[in-house]
Ligand binder design. Structure first.
Ligand code: AMP
Ligand code: GLY
Length: 420
């Protein structure tokens, strides 16, 4: 079959890598793709936020299956446009994508489903929001309601920080995303992410992961999109996953069905775990980046069968074949990230690395410039490895990193420390 993957990051490179290994895949196209994806798939220029353009492109190229990587096309209704045109598509409708695009929507679903999550209140004006913060005290969490590229959450350790966040949000720092603000109880515990395929009220967990959000070793410095991840996440034991499925995922997905917006696609379940009890931090309506990279490394070719079963409503009969393995991905970023960074620096040594089912460098922000690979993003490479243990996977990943010649790049040296 002919498959189109929408997106251009390391997540999409890992999806392409897994899909390509499945003999069902004939032609693989990524739009817009990147320099790494171009090694294994055709890359096409296409406005992936434009549902009509995606449908037209799919018809012209005899595409049978569309996999949507990032959240923006989902929120823009690209999966709806594909379904309306009779295309098989992996990804939820715009209505269901509100689970990521609106924090207050998700909170209301949790209330209706009685799913454990942080206590909260929502505001559209600064004065009552500030009164609420003063009444609750710190620590407290202030969130812009809408999509803010991962920047709309302020975990305020002091009341002053929380009040400043209110001024920023209602002052327009996050644009329309901050027109409504959700203020939440600060939850203590350890975080982990659970990934679940969902098709209406059928659900299938496909793995757990933990990421590292801070830029520096020892979880220091500013927040980033994620500097590395590993799977499985020890904090998400079978018992905790079972509880999260029973108390959070199943009841909220049933509520979505009841509301006439059944979910279809992968659900990223961000959890806070304390004393064996999971509570929902957030839902995302797509694979995490870089969490997807470790999940794909572990699932391999079966990822395509699972995504197809999900899209075609056959999830009830689908199963994951688990290997007792571990995967890790270490992000190499451009010096300066998550602040300002230089573009166009050359990355050497990549072509000498063995790439196989244990070692893979996924590209996140690269371009091909003649024979050279150059860095064009903040997060640039996801050096990913698999092993019988996490330490084996980690040693493989750092051995690859040590052979990459990129003086203007850096990485954390302690990915996986919490689990090792
Ligand atoms: P979100 O975008 O909702 O995942 O928030 C980003 C990060 O903020 C999460 O991964 C948590 O580390 C943190 N966070 C969000 N909500 C809370 C909460 N209620 N209590 C503690 N930490 C939180
Ligand atoms: N790594 C976090 C995310 O994809 O949202």
């Amino acid at each position: 079959m002919n498959i189109l993957i929408l997106g251009s990051g390391g997540r999409e490179h890992s999806l392409a890598w897994a899909v390509k290994q499945n003999p069902k895949c004939d032609r693989l196209i990524a739009a817009p793709g990147n320099a790494g994806i171009a090694d294994i798939a055709e890359c096409a220029a296409l406005d992936i936020l434009d549902g009509d353009a995606v449908v037209t492109f799919a018809a012209e190229n005899a595409v049978d299956f569309v996999i949507v990587g990032p959240e923006a096309p989902l929120a823009a209704g690209v999966a709806d446009a594909c379904r309306a045109a009779g295309l098989s598509v992996f990804g939820p409708s715009a209505a269901a994508a509100k689970l990521e695009a609106s924090k207050s929507f998700t909170k209301a679903i949790c209330d209706a489903a009685n799913a454990p999550t942080a206590a909260y209140a929502r505001f559209t004006e600064a004065a009552p929001a500030k009164d609420y913060i003063k009444a609750q005290g710190a620590p407290i969490v202030v969130k812009a309601d809408g999509l803010a590229a991962g920047k709309g959450v302020i975990v305020a350790m002091t009341e002053a920080e929380a009040l400043d966040a209110i001024d920023d949000m209602f002052g327009g720092e996050f644009g329309a995303a901050g027109a409504e603000v959700v203020i939440e109880e600060f939850m203590e515990g350890e975080e982990g992410s659970l990934f679940v395929l969902v098709d209406g009220d059928d659900v299938l967990p496909v793995g757990t992961a933990q990421d590292h959000k801070r830029v520096g070793d020892g979880d220091t410095g500013p927040n980033t999109g994620g500097m590395g991840a590993y799977s499985p996440a020890p904090v998400l034991s079978d018992a905790v996953v079972q509880k999260a499925m029973d108390e959070i995922v199943r009841p909220t997905m049933r509520e979505m069905v009841r509301l006439g917006m059944p979910y279809s696609g992968v659900l990223y379940v961000g959890l806070m775990i304390k004393d064996g009890q999971p509570r929902l931090v957030e839902y995302n309506v797509r694979f995490g980046d870089p969490e997807c990279q470790v999940l794909m490394m572990r699932l391999g070719a079966q990822a395509l069968d699972l995504m197809l079963a999900c899209a075609e409503g056959r999830l009830g009969n689908a199963q994951v074949a688990w290997a007792d393995d571990h995967a890790i991905t270490v992000v190499m970023a451009a010096d300066g990230y998550p602040g300002a960074y230089k573009k166009g620096t050359e990355i050497g040594g990549l072509s000498d690395l063995a790439e196989d089912s244990f070692n893979m460098v996924f590209h996140a922000g690269t371009a091909q410039d003649g024979a050279r690979i150059t860095a064009v993003g903040g997060r640039v490479l996801n050096v990913t490895a698999r092993g019988a243990s996490l330490s084996e996977a980690r040693d493989r990943a750092y051995a690859m990193i040590d052979r990459i010649d990129w003086p203007e790049g850096f990485c954390r040296r302690d990915i996986g420390w919490r689990a090792l």
